[in-house]
Each structure stands twice: as structure tokens, then as C-alpha cells.
Design a protein around this ligand. Structure first.
Ligand code: FAD
Length: 438
């Protein structure tokens, strides 16, 4: 067992761990940062952007972000280093800069060396961490503070089932980023950390969506959306709000919805572009649609099907045939009248389902990852279930994030990253300040 000594150990170099490492080092602490993966950045390497006020201190390059104003808040979408259009994974630019800055400040990164447990003294204070590198070498690192930042348990299907009841791959198709196994929660709870409710950062998604991105984008339109009985369940002009849709699907039979459009709608989107433009999906989704759709159909990609009649489509998709026919008839009549009596969907999107081929894609619950688990106070210090601070222990990022209640805040995009950056920064500053208390 190798013995090391430092001031602050940060367990994980995802977004919140990087923020904690930078803040502690900027405040004068010696920092060792353990990271399970072979690179830094964690799930944040998949991201597009960050909520308003955290960008400048974290990134130091505000001019390289594009701001979307929403009231007093802005979503800063990070421009990729090569100058190309911002999009998924663009935030890697930011995590790279943060890593470089941490290294300049002297932070020692130990990659492929996960933290395995916390060391406590007789008074229950946390005074160190154990770790194990990829060659099996064990470490015991003593320090005055540990900051845990391991990104939740989005990759741990059993823990998701045990805590929230979802069955990954059956009624949940969330991002499962390797490495997010709940290590931080388990470590903290093992030394007496209190518990918070845990939730998924819920939205809606199709299985293996990153490999079927054009299908996902192409169906995120205000066409006809229904449940297994063929009944509409929400105004389809709200389907851009991924939180609303995820929450709604969570309450449907089988936790599944069906998005359906016909040949006429497809022609319209091909000619005029999508009715709902997403910042995430490509805007020219429909250009290569036919070719990619045919390929996915031939591959037997389960969520999709196509048919010349609605009856045939319902049978293929597993929707109640009579229910779908009756509900589409009623919907088409409302389209003719130009008024959605049930959900008051915008008139311009009241397009009937008329002529085949009809296209259908099943929509499931998705999520970016998990949220919460470890009880903290405003300084990000970990507390017991009795709200007693465990000295020397901080927890940040999604391991400790409970700012949402039961629904992800879709109205301020980028706010999970915002919490990660700020909670990491606050913990890093506090852990360092402790060193200089006399
Ligand atoms: C596809 C996708 C897109 C997203 N887009 C956005 C967006 O645009 N805006 C936004 O605000 N949020 C977005 N999010 C959410 C955002 O990525 C997360 O909220 C954020 O990255 C979480 O940061 P974190 O520091 O808590 O954990 P992460 O960034 O997930 O990092 C956790 C780190 O812990 C490491 N680790 C795990 N166990 C150990 C261990 N035992 N020891 C050491 N290291 C360990 C992991 O390897 C990983 O590097 C997105 C998420 C996904 C999946």
C-alpha cells in the first residue's frame, strides 16, 4: 500500500470535480484528484452548454460561447475548439480548458485510479481516501478534506431499479455513461452520510439514440402523439419540452408513447424544414431521412415501423387498432375545423393523418443521469441524517444535486452543469479555507 499526503483529495475529475480541484488549488491548497476513467471531464464531455452565471469563472472564455437569452437567464452553448457549430459534446472544450488550468495550478491527476473508500478517525471525521490504480496498486492518501464528485449512478441498472423502480432497457433508455456506478454515494453513506431522495434527470429518448439521432430528431415534431390505446395525451406543440414529455410518458401504460406522421407531413418538413427546431438535433434532418430510415427498417430497429394504412401501422407498433382509428378520426375532424378542442394545440400544427405511408416511432423515458443521494449543507459539507456535519467531507455535482424536486428544469437549459460548477467551486474554496483557519 502506497502512502501519500496532501491537503485536499477530490474524488473524480468530471465537471464538479474539476471545478473543485481548480477552486481549491486557486485558494492555495495542494490537491490530488483521483479519476476512474483514462481522461477527465466525465459526462460533461457529452454536453452542449452551461447555465448563465457560471461560464466566465469556469471557462474564462465567454466570447467562445453562444448565449440564448431566456428572461434574465442565458444558456451558454460552448463553441467547439475547431470553430464548428456548437452541438452535443461541444462542452469538451470547456472541460479540457479546466483540466489544463488545474494542471497549471499544480493539481495532480491520478487517472484510472478510482477512489475506493473514505478513511475516518476516532471522532468520525474524514481524514483520507483509499484508491486502487489499474495495475492493482493500492493507495492510502491522508488529507484534511475529501470532495466526492462521482456523477451519480446512471450506469448502475440495479441501483436505479432498487431506488426508483425503473428497468433499464425495458422502460428506461437513459444515457448510461460508463463509470457512473454510484461509488461516491456508497462511499459517503458508508461513513454515515445522510440520504436525500434520488431522481432521474428525466426527459424522453429512443433506445440507443446517439446512433439513431436523425430518427429521434425527425419525430420530435408536433404530429400525432398517442398512448397504447391510440389516445392523444398532451398538446403535441409542447413536445419540444423534453421534461414535460418524459413526465407524461412516465404515467402512460407501459411507459411508452407513439409519434406518428404521414407522407404529407414528411414532404412538408423536407421542403420547409422542421416545425420545431431543436438546438440539439441537426436542422437538415430530413435531407437524408429516406436512406437512413430504410436502413434502420432493414436492420429491424425495434422502435420504428411504417405501413400504408393506419390499421396495419397500429398492429405493427402494438397500438390498439380500433382505438387509434377512432381517435385519429376525431383528431382529423378537429384539424378540418382548425381547432383542437381537447388540448388547444396551435392551429398551424393541426395537420391531419391522411395518406400513407404512415411512419411511427416509439418514445420512451430517457434521462441524462441520476440526481441526488447525499445530504449536504450550503457549504457542500456532507451531513448525517440528523443534519450533523461530517468534518472533512464534501459532496458535489450530481451525487448531491437536489435542486429540482421531481422534474428537471427545462426552462433554464444548462442548469445541471451550472450546479456542478458552482457546487464544486464552493466546496473547493471551503476545503482550502479550512487549511488556513487558526
Ligand atoms: C448526453 C448528455 C448531455 C448533457 N448535456 C447537458 C447540457 O448541455 N447542459 C447541462 O447543464 N447538463 C447536461 N448534461 C448533464 C451533465 O453532463 C451532468 O449534470 C454533469 O456532467 C455532472 O457532473 P458531475 O461532476 O456530477 O459528474 P460527471 O461529469 O458525470 O463526472 C463524474 C466523474 O466521476 C468519475 N468517477 C466515478 N466513480 C469514480 C471513483 N470511484 N473514483 C474516481 N472517479 C470516479 C467518472 O469517471 C466521471 O469522470 C448532459 C448529460 C448527458 C449524459
Amino acid at each position: 500500500m502506497k502512502q501519500l499526503e496532501t491537503d485536499v483529495v477530490v474524488v473524480a475529475a468530471g465537471l464538479s470535480g474539476l471545478a473543485a480541484s481548480v477552486a481549491a488549488a486557486e485558494s492555495g491548497a495542494r490537491v490530488i484528484t483521483l479519476e476512474k476513467a483514462s481522461n477527465t471531464g466525465g459526462a460533461a464531455n457529452m454536453d452542449m452548454g452551461v447555465e448563465f452565471n457560471s461560464v466566465r469563472p469556469a471557462f474564462r472564455a465567454r466570447e467562445r460561447t453562444r448565449a440564448y437569452a431566456d428572461g434574465e437567464y442565458t444558456w451558454h452553448v460552448v463553441q467547439p475548439e475547431d470553430g464548428s457549430e456548437p452541438g452535443p459534446r461541444a462542452a469538451t472544450t470547456m472541460t479540457k480548458r479546466m483540466t489544463e488550468h488545474a494542471q497549471e495550478l499544480g493539481v495532480e491527476f491520478m487517472l484510472e485510479c478510482p477512489g475506493t473508500g473514505l478513511i475516518t478517525n476516532d471522532e468520525g471525521a474524514v481524514v483520507g481516501v483509499t484508491a486502487r490504480d489499474k495495475d492493482g496498486e493500492e493507495y492510502e492518501i491522508s488529507c484534511s478534506s475529501v470532495i466526492v464528485a462521482t456523477g451519480g449512478f446512471g450506469h448502475n441498472a440495479q441501483m436505479i431499479k432498487d431506488t426508483m423502480g425503473f428497468e433499464w432497457g425495458k422502460n428506461l433508455f437513459s444515457f448510461a455513461i460508463p463509470g457512473m456506478d454510484g461509488d461516491g454515494l456508497n462511499m459517503c453513506h458508508a461513513v454515515g452520510a445522510g440520504h436525500t431522495p434520488v431522481t432521474m434527470e428525466m426527459m424522453y429518448q429512443i433506445p440507443d439514440n446517439m446512433n439513431h439521432f436523425y430518427v429521434e430528431g425527425a419525430f420530435r415534431q408536433p404530429c400525432y402523439w398517442c398512448n397504447r390505446m391510440g389516445e392523444r395525451f398532451m398538446p403535441e406543440d409542447e413536445i419540444f419540452n423534453t421534461t414535460f414529455v418524459g413526465n407524461a410518458i412516465n404515467h402512460l401504460s407501459g411507459k411508452v408513447a407513439y409519434a406518428i406522421f404521414d407522407a404529407k407531413m414528411l414532404r412538408h418538413w423536407k421542403k420547409d424544414g422542421p416545425d420545431i427546431v431543436s438546438h440539439v438535433h441537426l436542422h437538415d434532418l430530413y435531407e437524408g431521412f429516406d436512406e437512413q430510415w430504410e436502413r434502420d427498417l432493414a436492420d429491424g430497429y425495434e422502435p420504428i415501423c411504417q405501413a400504408d394504412t393506419l390499421e396495419e401501422l397500429a398492429e405493427k407498433a402494438g397500438i390498439d387498432v380500433e382505438g387509434l382509428i377512432a381517435n385519429v378520426e376525431e383528431y382529423n375532424e378537429m384539424c378540418t375545423n382548425g381547432w383542437d378542442e381537447i388540448f388547444e394545440k396551435e392551429r398551424e400544427f393541426m395537420q391531419p393523418l391522411e395518406k400513407g405511408p404512415f411512419y411511427c416511432c416509439k418514445q420512451y423515458i430517457g434521462a441524462y443521469g441520476t440526481l441526488g443521494g447525499v445530504l449536504i449543507n450550503h457549504n457542500m459539507e456532507v451531513m448525517t441524517d440528523d443534519y450533523q456535519v461530517i468534518p472533512g467531507l464534501y459532496c458535489v455535482g450530481t451525487d448531491a444535486c437536489t435542486i429540482y424536486g421531481d422534474s428537471y428544469n427545462y426552462c433554464i437549459p444548462g442548469n445541471t452543469m451550472g450546479f456542478c460548477l458552482n457546487s464544486g467551486r464552493i466546496a473547493g474554496e471551503n476545503a482550502a479555507a479550512k487549511l488556513f483557519e487558526y
